[in-house]
Write a protein that binds this ligand. Sequence first.
Ligand code: HEC
Length: 168
Amino acid sequence: MISKLFSGIIIMLVALSGVNLFADVPPALPEAATAGIKLFTGQKPFENGGAACISCHSVNSIKAAGGSLGPNLTAVYKQLGKNGLNIVLKSVPFPTMKPVYKNRPITKKERAGIISFLRYSSESKTNRNKGQDLFMYAAAVFAILIISMPIIWRNRLSGVRRALIKKA
Ligand code: HEC
């Protein structure tokens, strides 16, 4: 009875750990980043009418595919940092972006939102190697199964043996 209960608990733990490991929990999104996502994807227009970044850029944390004219910006925060990004969005040094934003400047608040979003995206899980993650999860679940197997097994065998002994 007690060992049955025990193996039941083990099975539940295995199931729960599986659920937990597979859950892709993103870090809490600051309010500014939420505004930044809307600007980036064009859900919310820029105050001065500049084009949405997604028409030329992709970011992995956004499911919709972006344009491919510009580089993928998932990890750009790590490369340029807050100040670097602020310069890019304020003085727009890139020839392809310049005509789009030169006469339609991005406001200070809008820049802060986009930078906050890019920071979130550089730290988010979607930026990590998915194959590697999946392998780690599979290995963890497998290890838990292996560890719990003898306990479940022993229980079952003793049940069969008991039945045989009864018959004999
Ligand atoms: C018309 C297309 C276009 C739009 C719209 C656009 N970009 Fe770009 N962006 C580019 C291209 C192309 C580059 C690469 C440099 C170049 O050739 O000008 C670039 C470069 C960048 C870089 C530097 C990347 C690096 O790896 O150094 C950042 C950051 C950036 N863009 C952010 C943004 C943000 C944020 C927006 C929205 C406010 C935006 N871009 C809108 C085309 C665009």
